[in-house]
Ligand binder design. Structure first.
Ligand code: NAD
Length: 510
Protein backbone atom coordinates (compact mmCIF):
# COMPACT_ATOMS: atom_id res chain seq x y z
CA UNK A 1 0.00 0.00 0.00
CA UNK A 2 2.81 2.41 0.82
CA UNK A 3 5.42 3.86 -1.45
CA UNK A 4 8.67 4.03 0.48
CA UNK A 5 10.35 6.42 -1.93
CA UNK A 6 8.77 9.48 -0.30
CA UNK A 7 10.15 8.68 3.11
CA UNK A 8 13.56 7.81 1.80
CA UNK A 9 13.52 11.13 0.05
CA UNK A 10 12.69 12.85 3.34
CA UNK A 11 15.39 11.08 5.36
CA UNK A 12 18.27 13.53 5.09
CA UNK A 13 21.48 12.57 3.36
CA UNK A 14 24.78 13.61 4.94
CA UNK A 15 25.22 16.67 2.75
CA UNK A 16 21.60 17.53 2.20
CA UNK A 17 19.99 20.85 2.71
CA UNK A 18 16.72 20.55 4.56
CA UNK A 19 14.02 22.10 2.37
CA UNK A 20 10.61 23.33 3.37
CA UNK A 21 7.69 20.97 2.76
CA UNK A 22 4.79 22.67 1.03
CA UNK A 23 1.91 21.25 -0.99
CA UNK A 24 2.98 17.66 -0.44
CA UNK A 25 6.60 17.98 -1.58
CA UNK A 26 9.98 19.40 -0.65
CA UNK A 27 10.21 23.06 -1.66
CA UNK A 28 13.25 25.35 -1.74
CA UNK A 29 11.42 28.64 -1.31
CA UNK A 30 12.95 31.95 -2.25
CA UNK A 31 15.51 32.63 0.45
CA UNK A 32 19.30 32.41 0.36
CA UNK A 33 19.52 32.28 4.12
CA UNK A 34 20.29 28.96 5.78
CA UNK A 35 21.29 27.69 9.22
CA UNK A 36 23.71 25.01 10.36
CA UNK A 37 22.33 21.72 11.65
CA UNK A 38 24.82 20.00 13.94
CA UNK A 39 25.36 16.48 15.07
CA UNK A 40 25.83 17.43 18.73
CA UNK A 41 27.64 14.19 19.54
CA UNK A 42 30.31 15.10 16.99
CA UNK A 43 30.21 18.86 17.44
CA UNK A 44 30.13 19.13 13.64
CA UNK A 45 27.74 20.60 11.09
CA UNK A 46 26.05 17.77 9.24
CA UNK A 47 23.66 19.69 6.97
CA UNK A 48 22.03 23.05 6.37
CA UNK A 49 18.42 24.08 6.78
CA UNK A 50 16.62 26.74 4.78
CA UNK A 51 15.40 29.86 6.53
CA UNK A 52 12.09 31.03 5.09
CA UNK A 53 11.31 34.60 4.08
CA UNK A 54 7.96 36.18 4.91
CA UNK A 55 7.06 35.54 1.25
CA UNK A 56 7.81 31.83 1.67
CA UNK A 57 5.48 31.74 4.66
CA UNK A 58 2.79 33.55 2.64
CA UNK A 59 3.05 30.88 -0.03
CA UNK A 60 2.77 28.05 2.52
CA UNK A 61 -0.28 29.69 4.10
CA UNK A 62 -1.91 30.16 0.70
CA UNK A 63 -1.34 26.49 -0.16
CA UNK A 64 -2.73 25.49 3.24
CA UNK A 65 -5.78 27.73 2.77
CA UNK A 66 -6.56 26.09 -0.57
CA UNK A 67 -6.15 22.63 0.96
CA UNK A 68 -8.34 23.54 3.91
CA UNK A 69 -11.25 24.38 1.62
CA UNK A 70 -11.62 20.70 0.71
CA UNK A 71 -10.10 19.03 3.82
CA UNK A 72 -12.78 20.53 6.04
CA UNK A 73 -15.38 18.67 3.93
CA UNK A 74 -13.65 15.30 4.18
CA UNK A 75 -15.72 12.97 6.36
CA UNK A 76 -14.81 12.09 9.91
CA UNK A 77 -14.43 8.46 8.83
CA UNK A 78 -11.86 9.36 6.14
CA UNK A 79 -9.92 11.69 8.41
CA UNK A 80 -9.78 8.91 10.97
CA UNK A 81 -8.40 6.53 8.35
CA UNK A 82 -5.56 8.95 7.55
CA UNK A 83 -4.64 9.28 11.22
CA UNK A 84 -4.70 5.50 11.67
CA UNK A 85 -2.50 5.04 8.60
CA UNK A 86 -0.03 7.67 9.85
CA UNK A 87 0.15 5.87 13.18
CA UNK A 88 0.91 2.58 11.42
CA UNK A 89 3.64 4.11 9.25
CA UNK A 90 5.42 5.81 12.15
CA UNK A 91 5.16 2.71 14.27
CA UNK A 92 6.57 0.50 11.53
CA UNK A 93 9.48 2.86 10.79
CA UNK A 94 10.17 4.38 14.15
CA UNK A 95 13.81 3.27 14.02
CA UNK A 96 14.34 5.62 11.07
CA UNK A 97 12.77 8.54 12.89
CA UNK A 98 14.67 7.75 16.10
CA UNK A 99 17.96 7.83 14.15
CA UNK A 100 17.11 11.30 12.88
CA UNK A 101 16.27 12.50 16.40
CA UNK A 102 19.50 11.15 17.84
CA UNK A 103 21.65 12.51 15.05
CA UNK A 104 20.27 16.07 15.22
CA UNK A 105 19.20 16.42 18.87
CA UNK A 106 21.72 14.10 20.51
CA UNK A 107 19.33 12.28 22.85
CA UNK A 108 20.14 8.59 23.18
CA UNK A 109 18.26 6.20 20.90
CA UNK A 110 16.19 4.66 23.70
CA UNK A 111 15.02 8.13 24.67
CA UNK A 112 14.27 9.00 21.03
CA UNK A 113 12.01 5.94 20.95
CA UNK A 114 10.32 7.17 24.14
CA UNK A 115 9.67 10.52 22.48
CA UNK A 116 8.10 8.85 19.46
CA UNK A 117 5.93 6.61 21.65
CA UNK A 118 4.59 9.60 23.61
CA UNK A 119 3.89 11.45 20.37
CA UNK A 120 2.07 8.46 18.92
CA UNK A 121 -0.09 8.38 22.00
CA UNK A 122 -1.57 11.71 20.90
CA UNK A 123 -1.99 10.44 17.33
CA UNK A 124 -3.96 7.52 18.76
CA UNK A 125 -6.06 9.91 20.81
CA UNK A 126 -6.71 12.01 17.68
CA UNK A 127 -8.06 8.90 15.94
CA UNK A 128 -11.06 9.27 18.27
CA UNK A 129 -12.02 12.54 16.63
CA UNK A 130 -15.59 11.39 15.99
CA UNK A 131 -16.27 11.30 19.70
CA UNK A 132 -14.24 14.40 20.45
CA UNK A 133 -15.74 16.81 17.95
CA UNK A 134 -19.34 15.97 18.76
CA UNK A 135 -21.66 18.82 19.68
CA UNK A 136 -24.63 18.86 22.05
CA UNK A 137 -28.38 19.00 21.39
CA UNK A 138 -31.20 20.35 23.57
CA UNK A 139 -34.63 19.50 22.28
CA UNK A 140 -37.50 21.89 23.06
CA UNK A 141 -35.34 24.48 24.84
CA UNK A 142 -38.27 26.79 24.25
CA UNK A 143 -41.61 25.56 22.94
CA UNK A 144 -40.94 24.08 19.51
CA UNK A 145 -37.34 25.33 19.52
CA UNK A 146 -34.23 23.19 19.61
CA UNK A 147 -30.75 24.45 20.49
CA UNK A 148 -27.61 22.63 19.48
CA UNK A 149 -23.89 23.19 19.17
CA UNK A 150 -21.38 21.99 16.66
CA UNK A 151 -17.62 22.34 16.42
CA UNK A 152 -15.88 23.34 13.21
CA UNK A 153 -12.20 23.57 12.26
CA UNK A 154 -10.56 26.99 12.45
CA UNK A 155 -8.80 27.02 9.06
CA UNK A 156 -5.02 27.39 8.74
CA UNK A 157 -3.28 26.90 12.08
CA UNK A 158 0.36 27.66 12.88
CA UNK A 159 2.59 25.49 15.09
CA UNK A 160 6.01 26.65 16.33
CA UNK A 161 8.02 23.99 18.12
CA UNK A 162 11.21 23.77 20.24
CA UNK A 163 14.38 21.78 19.70
CA UNK A 164 13.99 19.39 22.59
CA UNK A 165 11.14 17.25 21.20
CA UNK A 166 11.35 17.58 17.41
CA UNK A 167 8.83 14.78 16.81
CA UNK A 168 6.62 14.63 19.91
CA UNK A 169 5.73 18.30 20.32
CA UNK A 170 4.67 18.73 16.66
CA UNK A 171 2.61 15.53 17.01
CA UNK A 172 0.90 16.94 20.13
CA UNK A 173 -0.60 19.63 17.96
CA UNK A 174 -0.75 18.61 14.30
CA UNK A 175 -2.46 15.28 14.90
CA UNK A 176 -5.39 16.95 16.65
CA UNK A 177 -5.41 19.98 14.34
CA UNK A 178 -5.53 17.80 11.22
CA UNK A 179 -8.02 15.33 12.68
CA UNK A 180 -10.31 18.25 13.53
CA UNK A 181 -10.22 19.38 9.88
CA UNK A 182 -7.64 22.19 9.92
CA UNK A 183 -4.67 22.75 7.63
CA UNK A 184 -1.28 23.21 9.29
CA UNK A 185 1.86 25.26 8.79
CA UNK A 186 4.57 23.99 11.16
CA UNK A 187 7.73 25.97 11.93
CA UNK A 188 10.00 23.49 13.71
CA UNK A 189 13.16 24.33 15.60
CA UNK A 190 15.94 25.20 13.18
CA UNK A 191 18.35 23.17 15.35
CA UNK A 192 16.85 19.77 14.49
CA UNK A 193 14.54 20.27 11.51
CA UNK A 194 14.62 16.90 9.69
CA UNK A 195 12.08 15.05 11.83
CA UNK A 196 9.36 17.46 10.65
CA UNK A 197 10.04 16.62 6.99
CA UNK A 198 10.08 12.92 7.75
CA UNK A 199 6.67 13.20 9.42
CA UNK A 200 5.35 15.31 6.53
CA UNK A 201 6.32 12.56 4.10
CA UNK A 202 4.72 9.96 6.38
CA UNK A 203 1.47 11.96 6.47
CA UNK A 204 1.49 12.19 2.67
CA UNK A 205 1.97 8.45 2.49
CA UNK A 206 -0.87 7.98 4.94
CA UNK A 207 -3.18 9.61 2.40
CA UNK A 208 -3.31 13.17 3.71
CA UNK A 209 -4.12 15.45 0.76
CA UNK A 210 -1.30 17.73 -0.38
CA UNK A 211 -1.22 21.09 1.36
CA UNK A 212 -3.01 20.05 4.57
CA UNK A 213 0.33 19.72 6.37
CA UNK A 214 3.18 22.08 5.49
CA UNK A 215 6.55 22.78 7.05
CA UNK A 216 8.41 26.07 6.79
CA UNK A 217 11.85 26.14 8.33
CA UNK A 218 13.55 29.18 9.72
CA UNK A 219 13.97 31.61 12.54
CA UNK A 220 12.26 34.73 13.90
CA UNK A 221 11.47 35.92 10.35
CA UNK A 222 9.28 32.87 9.72
CA UNK A 223 7.74 33.02 13.21
CA UNK A 224 6.83 36.69 12.84
CA UNK A 225 5.32 36.08 9.41
CA UNK A 226 3.07 33.39 10.89
CA UNK A 227 2.14 35.57 13.86
CA UNK A 228 1.10 38.46 11.62
CA UNK A 229 -0.51 36.55 8.76
CA UNK A 230 -4.23 37.38 8.52
CA UNK A 231 -5.14 33.89 7.26
CA UNK A 232 -3.48 32.05 10.16
CA UNK A 233 -6.24 31.52 12.72
CA UNK A 234 -4.30 30.16 15.65
CA UNK A 235 -0.80 29.66 16.98
CA UNK A 236 0.40 26.77 19.11
CA UNK A 237 3.84 27.52 20.50
CA UNK A 238 6.23 25.60 22.73
CA UNK A 239 9.60 27.02 23.76
CA UNK A 240 11.30 29.28 26.26
CA UNK A 241 9.30 31.70 28.40
CA UNK A 242 10.50 35.00 26.88
CA UNK A 243 9.60 33.81 23.38
CA UNK A 244 6.34 32.25 24.58
CA UNK A 245 5.32 35.60 26.07
CA UNK A 246 6.30 37.40 22.86
CA UNK A 247 4.38 34.92 20.70
CA UNK A 248 1.31 35.17 22.93
CA UNK A 249 1.31 38.96 22.94
CA UNK A 250 2.02 39.34 19.22
CA UNK A 251 -0.37 36.62 18.11
CA UNK A 252 -3.30 37.75 20.24
CA UNK A 253 -2.72 41.37 19.14
CA UNK A 254 -3.13 40.10 15.58
CA UNK A 255 -6.48 38.58 16.58
CA UNK A 256 -5.42 34.95 16.80
CA UNK A 257 -6.20 32.22 19.26
CA UNK A 258 -2.85 31.47 20.94
CA UNK A 259 -1.56 28.79 23.29
CA UNK A 260 2.09 29.38 24.22
CA UNK A 261 3.86 26.92 26.49
CA UNK A 262 7.03 28.23 28.11
CA UNK A 263 9.94 27.17 30.26
CA UNK A 264 10.10 25.46 33.63
CA UNK A 265 11.97 24.88 36.84
CA UNK A 266 10.49 21.73 38.31
CA UNK A 267 10.92 20.89 42.00
CA UNK A 268 10.73 17.50 43.61
CA UNK A 269 9.82 17.65 47.29
CA UNK A 270 11.13 14.71 49.31
CA UNK A 271 9.57 14.26 52.76
CA UNK A 272 11.32 12.27 55.52
CA UNK A 273 8.91 9.33 55.24
CA UNK A 274 9.60 8.83 51.52
CA UNK A 275 11.23 5.72 50.14
CA UNK A 276 14.67 7.27 49.61
CA UNK A 277 15.81 4.67 47.09
CA UNK A 278 12.76 5.35 44.95
CA UNK A 279 13.28 9.11 45.34
CA UNK A 280 16.96 8.85 44.40
CA UNK A 281 16.15 6.76 41.31
CA UNK A 282 13.48 9.26 40.32
CA UNK A 283 15.75 12.28 40.82
CA UNK A 284 18.46 10.75 38.63
CA UNK A 285 16.06 9.62 35.90
CA UNK A 286 14.17 12.92 35.79
CA UNK A 287 17.22 15.10 36.28
CA UNK A 288 19.51 13.62 33.67
CA UNK A 289 17.25 11.95 31.09
CA UNK A 290 17.72 13.70 27.74
CA UNK A 291 20.61 15.58 29.42
CA UNK A 292 18.07 17.61 31.38
CA UNK A 293 16.73 19.15 28.15
CA UNK A 294 13.11 18.42 29.01
CA UNK A 295 10.55 20.95 30.17
CA UNK A 296 9.40 18.33 32.68
CA UNK A 297 12.92 17.52 33.92
CA UNK A 298 13.41 17.73 37.66
CA UNK A 299 16.00 20.43 38.23
CA UNK A 300 15.61 21.01 41.98
CA UNK A 301 15.33 18.47 44.78
CA UNK A 302 13.90 19.93 47.96
CA UNK A 303 15.21 17.64 50.67
CA UNK A 304 14.06 17.89 54.26
CA UNK A 305 17.16 18.36 56.46
CA UNK A 306 16.77 15.09 58.34
CA UNK A 307 17.14 12.96 55.19
CA UNK A 308 19.16 15.32 52.99
CA UNK A 309 22.61 13.75 53.58
CA UNK A 310 21.28 10.27 52.93
CA UNK A 311 19.42 11.36 49.79
CA UNK A 312 22.39 13.27 48.34
CA UNK A 313 24.56 10.20 48.97
CA UNK A 314 22.12 7.89 47.17
CA UNK A 315 21.79 10.26 44.21
CA UNK A 316 25.58 10.63 43.88
CA UNK A 317 26.01 6.84 44.11
CA UNK A 318 23.61 6.33 41.22
CA UNK A 319 25.19 9.09 39.14
CA UNK A 320 28.52 7.26 39.28
CA UNK A 321 26.94 4.47 37.22
CA UNK A 322 25.77 6.72 34.36
CA UNK A 323 27.56 6.59 31.03
CA UNK A 324 27.57 9.81 28.99
CA UNK A 325 28.31 9.66 25.29
CA UNK A 326 27.12 9.22 21.74
CA UNK A 327 23.41 8.42 21.66
CA UNK A 328 23.95 5.59 19.18
CA UNK A 329 26.24 3.66 21.55
CA UNK A 330 23.83 2.59 24.27
CA UNK A 331 24.87 5.36 26.67
CA UNK A 332 22.56 6.72 29.36
CA UNK A 333 22.92 10.36 28.44
CA UNK A 334 23.88 12.23 25.28
CA UNK A 335 25.30 15.68 24.52
CA UNK A 336 23.69 19.10 24.75
CA UNK A 337 22.18 20.69 21.67
CA UNK A 338 24.88 23.29 20.82
CA UNK A 339 28.30 24.45 21.94
CA UNK A 340 26.79 27.72 23.16
CA UNK A 341 24.25 25.87 25.27
CA UNK A 342 26.95 23.61 26.71
CA UNK A 343 28.92 26.69 27.78
CA UNK A 344 25.82 28.31 29.29
CA UNK A 345 24.99 25.18 31.30
CA UNK A 346 28.60 24.82 32.50
CA UNK A 347 28.53 28.51 33.44
CA UNK A 348 25.68 27.88 35.89
CA UNK A 349 27.88 25.42 37.77
CA UNK A 350 30.43 28.22 38.26
CA UNK A 351 27.68 30.60 39.32
CA UNK A 352 26.30 28.14 41.89
CA UNK A 353 29.77 27.41 43.29
CA UNK A 354 30.50 31.14 43.48
CA UNK A 355 27.23 31.63 45.38
CA UNK A 356 28.23 29.04 47.97
CA UNK A 357 26.79 25.76 46.65
CA UNK A 358 28.75 22.54 47.00
CA UNK A 359 29.59 20.81 43.72
CA UNK A 360 29.09 17.18 44.75
CA UNK A 361 29.47 15.72 41.24
CA UNK A 362 31.07 17.89 38.56
CA UNK A 363 30.14 16.95 34.99
CA UNK A 364 32.39 19.50 33.34
CA UNK A 365 35.26 17.91 31.48
CA UNK A 366 34.15 14.31 32.07
CA UNK A 367 35.35 11.40 29.96
CA UNK A 368 32.72 10.44 27.42
CA UNK A 369 32.04 7.50 25.17
CA UNK A 370 32.06 9.66 22.09
CA UNK A 371 33.86 12.27 20.04
CA UNK A 372 35.72 14.81 22.20
CA UNK A 373 34.36 17.60 20.01
CA UNK A 374 30.76 16.80 21.01
CA UNK A 375 28.84 19.24 23.20
CA UNK A 376 29.33 17.44 26.49
CA UNK A 377 28.46 18.23 30.07
CA UNK A 378 28.14 15.19 32.31
CA UNK A 379 25.59 14.73 35.09
CA UNK A 380 26.23 17.36 37.75
CA UNK A 381 24.96 17.50 41.34
CA UNK A 382 24.93 20.69 43.39
CA UNK A 383 24.08 20.67 47.09
CA UNK A 384 23.04 23.48 49.45
CA UNK A 385 22.25 25.77 46.53
CA UNK A 386 21.20 29.21 47.86
CA UNK A 387 17.75 30.16 46.63
CA UNK A 388 19.09 33.60 45.77
CA UNK A 389 21.48 32.10 43.21
CA UNK A 390 20.68 32.41 39.49
CA UNK A 391 21.45 28.69 39.32
CA UNK A 392 18.38 28.11 41.49
CA UNK A 393 16.07 30.76 40.04
CA UNK A 394 16.68 30.35 36.31
CA UNK A 395 15.97 27.47 33.97
CA UNK A 396 19.32 25.79 33.21
CA UNK A 397 17.96 23.18 30.78
CA UNK A 398 20.91 20.85 31.20
CA UNK A 399 22.10 17.92 33.34
CA UNK A 400 22.49 19.95 36.53
CA UNK A 401 20.49 18.85 39.55
CA UNK A 402 20.35 21.26 42.48
CA UNK A 403 19.57 20.19 46.02
CA UNK A 404 18.04 22.76 48.35
CA UNK A 405 17.73 21.76 51.98
CA UNK A 406 14.50 22.68 53.77
CA UNK A 407 13.03 22.33 57.25
CA UNK A 408 9.80 20.66 56.20
CA UNK A 409 6.72 20.58 53.97
CA UNK A 410 5.71 24.23 54.50
CA UNK A 411 9.13 25.48 53.49
CA UNK A 412 9.13 23.38 50.36
CA UNK A 413 5.65 24.43 49.34
CA UNK A 414 6.49 28.08 49.79
CA UNK A 415 9.59 27.79 47.61
CA UNK A 416 7.67 26.07 44.83
CA UNK A 417 4.79 28.54 44.94
CA UNK A 418 7.05 31.59 45.00
CA UNK A 419 8.80 30.55 41.77
CA UNK A 420 8.09 32.17 38.41
CA UNK A 421 7.25 28.88 36.68
CA UNK A 422 4.51 26.35 37.33
CA UNK A 423 5.01 23.56 34.83
CA UNK A 424 5.55 20.32 36.75
CA UNK A 425 6.37 19.21 40.28
CA UNK A 426 6.50 16.04 42.33
CA UNK A 427 6.18 15.00 45.94
CA UNK A 428 7.80 11.87 47.32
CA UNK A 429 6.16 10.63 50.50
CA UNK A 430 4.31 7.67 51.96
CA UNK A 431 1.86 9.97 53.72
CA UNK A 432 -1.38 10.17 51.74
CA UNK A 433 -2.54 13.18 53.73
CA UNK A 434 0.61 15.14 52.84
CA UNK A 435 0.27 14.20 49.19
CA UNK A 436 -3.36 15.30 49.18
CA UNK A 437 -2.48 18.63 50.78
CA UNK A 438 0.24 19.09 48.22
CA UNK A 439 -2.04 18.52 45.23
CA UNK A 440 -4.49 21.08 46.67
CA UNK A 441 -1.96 23.72 47.67
CA UNK A 442 0.75 23.69 45.06
CA UNK A 443 0.44 26.26 42.26
CA UNK A 444 1.65 24.07 39.41
CA UNK A 445 -0.16 22.62 36.39
CA UNK A 446 1.11 19.02 36.48
CA UNK A 447 1.81 17.16 39.70
CA UNK A 448 3.41 13.79 40.37
CA UNK A 449 2.84 11.84 43.56
CA UNK A 450 5.81 9.49 43.79
CA UNK A 451 6.06 10.02 40.00
CA UNK A 452 8.88 12.32 38.86
CA UNK A 453 7.85 13.35 35.32
CA UNK A 454 4.07 13.64 35.44
CA UNK A 455 3.42 14.18 31.73
CA UNK A 456 -0.32 13.48 31.46
CA UNK A 457 -1.55 10.73 29.15
CA UNK A 458 -2.95 11.89 25.81
CA UNK A 459 -6.59 11.93 26.94
CA UNK A 460 -5.82 14.49 29.64
CA UNK A 461 -4.21 17.79 28.68
CA UNK A 462 -0.64 19.00 29.12
CA UNK A 463 0.23 22.44 30.42
CA UNK A 464 1.65 24.42 33.29
CA UNK A 465 0.67 27.53 35.21
CA UNK A 466 2.22 30.99 35.49
CA UNK A 467 5.22 31.63 33.19
CA UNK A 468 4.98 28.06 31.86
CA UNK A 469 1.78 28.67 29.85
CA UNK A 470 0.36 31.80 28.25
CA UNK A 471 -3.26 31.49 27.19
CA UNK A 472 -5.93 29.26 28.64
CA UNK A 473 -5.67 26.18 26.44
CA UNK A 474 -3.29 23.40 27.33
CA UNK A 475 -1.83 21.04 24.74
CA UNK A 476 -3.62 17.90 23.50
CA UNK A 477 -6.38 15.98 25.29
CA UNK A 478 -9.80 17.66 25.49
CA UNK A 479 -8.17 21.12 25.47
CA UNK A 480 -6.56 20.22 22.14
CA UNK A 481 -9.84 19.56 20.37
CA UNK A 482 -11.40 22.66 21.88
CA UNK A 483 -8.45 24.79 20.83
CA UNK A 484 -8.50 23.59 17.23
CA UNK A 485 -12.26 23.97 16.75
CA UNK A 486 -14.71 26.85 17.02
CA UNK A 487 -18.13 26.24 18.46
CA UNK A 488 -21.40 27.35 16.92
CA UNK A 489 -24.69 27.39 18.83
CA UNK A 490 -27.79 27.04 16.68
CA UNK A 491 -31.31 27.87 17.77
CA UNK A 492 -33.79 26.34 15.38
CA UNK A 493 -37.54 26.29 14.86
CA UNK A 494 -39.22 24.43 12.07
CA UNK A 495 -42.30 26.16 10.78
CA UNK A 496 -45.30 26.05 13.03
CA UNK A 497 -47.90 28.71 12.18
CA UNK A 498 -49.04 29.02 15.80
CA UNK A 499 -45.70 30.65 16.68
CA UNK A 500 -45.88 33.47 14.16
CA UNK A 501 -46.60 37.13 14.91
CA UNK A 502 -44.69 40.34 15.56
CA UNK A 503 -42.81 40.77 18.85
CA UNK A 504 -39.83 43.18 19.10
CA UNK A 505 -38.97 42.15 22.68
CA UNK A 506 -35.80 40.23 23.50
CA UNK A 507 -36.40 36.51 22.90
CA UNK A 508 -37.65 34.71 26.02
CA UNK A 509 -38.35 31.07 26.53
CA UNK A 510 -41.90 29.93 26.70
P1 NAD B 1 13.17 28.71 21.98
O1 NAD B 1 12.20 29.58 22.67
O2 NAD B 1 14.55 29.20 21.77
O3 NAD B 1 12.63 28.32 20.52
C1 NAD B 1 11.32 27.81 20.33
C2 NAD B 1 10.85 28.18 18.93
O4 NAD B 1 10.80 29.60 18.82
C3 NAD B 1 11.78 27.70 17.83
O5 NAD B 1 11.02 27.24 16.74
C4 NAD B 1 12.59 28.94 17.48
O6 NAD B 1 13.00 28.97 16.13
C5 NAD B 1 11.61 30.06 17.76
N1 NAD B 1 12.29 31.30 18.19
C6 NAD B 1 13.46 31.39 18.87
N2 NAD B 1 13.77 32.69 19.10
C7 NAD B 1 12.76 33.42 18.57
C8 NAD B 1 12.50 34.82 18.49
N3 NAD B 1 13.32 35.71 19.01
N4 NAD B 1 11.36 35.22 17.89
C9 NAD B 1 10.51 34.33 17.36
N5 NAD B 1 10.71 33.00 17.40
C10 NAD B 1 11.81 32.54 18.00
O7 NAD B 1 13.17 27.32 22.78
P2 NAD B 1 14.11 26.08 22.55
O8 NAD B 1 15.47 26.41 23.03
O9 NAD B 1 13.94 25.53 21.18
O10 NAD B 1 13.42 25.02 23.53
C11 NAD B 1 13.73 24.93 24.90
C12 NAD B 1 12.73 25.67 25.73
O11 NAD B 1 11.42 25.17 25.48
C13 NAD B 1 12.94 25.49 27.23
O12 NAD B 1 12.73 26.72 27.87
C14 NAD B 1 11.89 24.48 27.63
O13 NAD B 1 11.49 24.52 28.98
C15 NAD B 1 10.78 24.87 26.72
N6 NAD B 1 9.83 23.78 26.53
C16 NAD B 1 8.63 23.87 27.14
C17 NAD B 1 7.71 22.85 27.03
C18 NAD B 1 6.38 22.94 27.69
O14 NAD B 1 5.54 22.13 27.39
N7 NAD B 1 6.12 23.90 28.57
C19 NAD B 1 8.03 21.71 26.27
C20 NAD B 1 9.27 21.66 25.64
C21 NAD B 1 10.16 22.70 25.78
Amino acid sequence: MTDTSTLEHAAPAATAIVDHWVGGAAWAGGSDRTGDVYNPALGAVQREVRFATAGDVDHAVEVASDAFASWRDVSIAKRQQVMFAFREIVNARKDELAQILTSEHGKVLADAHGEIARGLEVVEFACGLGQLTKGAYSENASSGIDVYTLRQPLGVVGIISPFNFPAMVPMWFFSIAIAAGNAVVLKPSEKDPSAANWMAAALAEAGLPDGVFNVVHGDKVAVDALLEHPDVRSISFVGSTPIARYVYETGTRAGKRVQALGGAKNHMLVLPDADLDLAADAAVNAGFGSAGERCMAISVVLAVDTIADALVGKIAERMATLRTGDGTRGCDMGPLITGAHRDKVAGYVDVAAGDGATVVVDGRGIDVDGDPNGFWVGPTLLDQVPTTSAAYREEIFGPVLSVVRIEGYEDGLELINSGAFGNGTAIFTNDGGAARRFQREVEVGMIGINVPIPVPVAYHSFGGWKASLFGDAKAYGPHGFEFFTAEKAITSRWLDPSHGGINLGFPQHT
